[in-house]
Design a protein around this ligand. Structure first.
Ligand code: ADP
Ligand code: ZN
Length: 723
């Protein structure tokens, strides 16, 4: 293999089987993909060329191929180090489906199985081996690697080496040994984690200072971000969202507390959805079982606390819903990022309301963390709230926060799709703020709104707040609108929440310029229930189109195959691949092989059976009107009457009469055979039809004849008159 120490140099292209063409052949032949994604080609070439690499690519960006293809091209086995033991089986299954020789070594294997893998290594029978870091570091394993050809080391989830993030794994720090012990073998470290501190730690701890860096942006363009206001019916809104936009899809619903997880899962289940809870209060067994079902079955919804997600590599999660506000934008990005790894359209849907803001602010205020940490947390929460209240493109703001830039509004978030209206809320905000002031800065939103609206109640009387100047001055807004306004004022830091946990509000420094009228305030207009409903968009595939039958048929064939092999459905084919089948309807194996995601092996294994499904569908569709009519006429000539034909064909009598009317029109059957009747009656019908414009519309004819003859009979007579 060509070896170059110059990282920037293009790979050798002089031989016919240069790395470049070979890699592309593998991409197309084995993985069934037409072209490399941005960066992939360069990374693959760089590794084939023996260079070290640090790859930062968002989730779903296609990191796996970056080491899988070089592992196949280069001599020897590629060693993939991953902390996510639960995923190894899936990754290996996926590769084997494509005919790649892959295996894994981790603590879930018994002695015999380990021996079998080691034998394969000795006999050079593997292209890729996935190992857990602690297993790799065992002297026995390192010795073994001394004696066999190794094509590369890939360190997946490389951010686990950093103490800065929260996924720190002590075993990862030892991976620097690889560099010392196997200096000639290229290494590639991969992560989706964004920040600069983590990146610097990866480089330092893994001794990757000489590695070329491949940094992609963080954008996940296929995810549609939507955040809306919780006006007290979040559960119903969620149900509506799932039913309208994601019937039969897999998704994750995040809630803040275990109790809420249980409630929401039970509620969705009672509404005929498959929704399973997942949180730390459930036994390990139950969690395992629910996770397993989420991975293997179609259309399972997991309702979870944030404990769920790390190590979930399911590519076809179509939506992530938040019923509570995440603590930071990093958390929001990470959690929503679990949707749409396959690059297909996906929804990140969130509801948030006044109570979320208050709860999170209180939790923070009461935290016992040191002040500097609390300050960072406050800052993070404020950024999250800022995203919620935003009236401009959400993606731009999110990416800017993550240190990435999007020059144009994205066109795929709610604020881009339906720009929110804003209003000059200065005067109303002044009323709301001074009501806080007048009542002594210790009451919660509900009470304050009652005062503004001039409600008569015992508490207000007792405190004498029916005498304050803000009593009853707020009739221009209703209760919900005032609550919304208070939420926005808290979110913007003009009001602070008390420490005692009763939700009392007090003014902050930031509120002064607004109170003094020095600073105008423009806020997002209140969302109206109806508006939220009417704008629901279909993100779901073929939810109501004629193609949905084919889509369902392809999915159930995929499920059958997956069940037979005990693997998740996406390991057979991704949604994207099935979607392309629906669009292109291939008729031959050759056409099938052009579909993205179908390599040689999958074509051989599954091509025929999916062609069968497509052909069946084509036959059904292809049975056009004409064919169906022919069949009716055929049966009629055989002597069956209309009703008997309807029964035999499982069609409505009306449909059969329509077929027969067509036959009469073409003079292929006679009217008297289809509807035998007295001449006199026939004349009456003919007369009526002539009276009413040749019976263009049959209703007046029907009425004129006082309903004595059915529409079917009228239609046949009209057909006879058209000769
Ligand atoms: P990551 O590890 O970066 O989250 P994956 O490697 O799992 O992402 O890839 C995400 C999805 O994109 C997978 O379904 C993969 O098959 C698909 N994919 C990767 N590269 C390509 C490509 N060049 N063309 C089409 N699909 C691709
Ligand atoms: Zn946008």
């Amino acid at each position: 293999m060509h070896i170059s120490s110059d990282c920037e140099k293009m790979p050798a292209m002089n031989t016919q089987n240069g790395p470049d063409s070979h890699a592309l052949n593998i991409l197309q032949g084995i993985f069934g993909y037409e072209t490399f994604r941005p960066q992939q080609q360069e990374i693959v070439d760089h590794l084939i060329d023996s260079g070290d690499a640090l790859v930062l690519m968002p989730t779903g960006g296609g990191k796996s191929l970056c080491y899988q293809i070089p592992s196949i091209v280069r001599t020897g086995v590629g060693i993939i180090i991953s902390p996510l033991i639960a995923l190894m089986q899936d990754q290996v299954n996926t590769l084997r489906q494509n005919g790649v020789r892959a295996a894994f070594l981790n603590s879930t294997l018994g002695h015999e199985e380990v021996r079998a893998v080691e034998m394969k290594l000795h006999h050079d029978e593997l292209d890729l081996l996935y190992v857990a870091p602690e297993r790799l570091m065992m002297p026995r394993m390192l010795d073994l690697l001394d004696h066999i050809p190794v094509s590369l080391f890939a360190i997946d989830e490389a951010h686990c080496v950093s103490q800065w993030g929260h996924d720190f794994r002590p075993e990862y720090v030892q991976l620097s040994v690889l560099h010392e012990r196997f200096p000639q073998i290229p290494r590639i470290a991969l992560t989706a984690t964004a920040d600069g501190t983590t990146r610097r730690e990866i480089i330092q701890r893994l001794a990757l200072s000489g590695a070329r860096q491949f940094i992609s942006g963080f954008d996940r363009p296929n995810i549609r971000y939507r955040i809306s206001e919780n006006i007290g019916n979040a559960r119903e809104q969620l149900l509506g969202f799932i039913r309208n936009e994601h019937p039969g899809d897999a998704g994750i619903v995040y809630c803040l507390s275990r109790k809420r997880v249980d409630d929401v899962a039970a509620w969705l289940t009672s509404r005929e959805l498959t929704a399973l809870p997942y949180h730390a209060g459930l036994s390990a067994q139950v969690r395992q079982r629910n996770q397993e079902r989420f991975l293997r079955e179609e259309g399972v919804i997991i309702v979870a606390t944030i404990a769920f997600g790390m190590g979930i590599d399911k590519p076809d999660v179509r939506f992530v819903a938040h019923l509570n506000l995440p603590k930071s934008l990093e958390a929001y990005y990470q959690e929503t990022g679990r949707a749409g790894r396959d690059g297909q359209p996906a929804n990140a849907w969130m509801m948030y309301g006044l109570q979320d803001v208050i709860t999170l602010k209180q939790m923070q205020a009461n935290s016992i963390a040191p002040e500097e940490i609390k300050r960072i947390e406050r800052h993070k929460l404020d950024a999250m709230l800022g995203l919620c209240e935003l009236t401009t493109c959400r993606r731009q703001a999110l990416l800017r926060y993550l240190g990435d830039e999007l020059t144009e509004p994205c066109g795929n978030c709610d604020t881009c799709l339906e720009p929110p209206e804003t209003w000059d809320a200065t005067a109303a905000a002044q009323k709301a703020l001074s009501c806080v002031h007048r009542t002594g800065q210790r009451f919660g939103v509900t009470y304050l709104v009652d005062v503004l609206l001039g409600k008569v109640n015992e508490r207000i009387n007792r405190f004498g707040h029916d005498k304050v100047s803000t009593y009853g001055i707020g009739s221009e807004l209703n209760q919900g609108e005032w609550r919304n306004l208070y939420r926005q004022l808290i979110a913007r830091g003009l009001l602070a929440v008390d420490l005692e946990g009763y939700g009392g509000l007090r003014l902050t420094e930031e509120s002064r310029p607004v109170l003094r009228g020095e600073q105008p305030l423009h806020l997002r207009r209140f969302s109206r229930k109806a508006r939220a409903k009417s704008r629901e968009r279909k993100a779901s595939r073929y939810a109501e189109t004629g193609k949905s039958k084919l889509w369902q048929a392809l999915r159930s064939r995929r499920q059958q195959l997956a069940d037979q092999q005990g693997v998740p459905a996406y390991i057979i084919f991704h949604d994207a691949t099935l979607a392309e089948m629906v669009e292109n309807c291939p008729e031959t194996l050759a056409q099938m092989s052009n579909i993205s995601g179908i390599g040689e092996r999958k074509l051989a294994d599954y091509g025929e059976t999916f062609l069968d499904v497509l052909n069946e569908y084509r036959n059904l569709e292809g049975k056009t009107q004409g064919d169906s009519e022919e069949e009716t006429l055929h049966l009629f000539r055989l002597g069956m009457d209309a009703d008997a034909i309807a029964v035999k064909r499982g069609l409505k009598a009306t449909t059969i009469y329509n077929h027969l009317a067509k036959g009469i029109e073409r003079d292929e059957v006679s009217l008297s055979k289809v509807v035998p009747m007295q001449q006199q009656k026939l004349e009456a019908i003919r007369f009526a039809i002539e009276q009413f414009d040749g019976g263009k519309r049959l209703k007046p004819v029907f009425d004129a004849l006082e309903g004595e003859f059915s529409y079917e009979v009228l239609r046949c007579v009209r057909a006879d008159m058209s000769h």
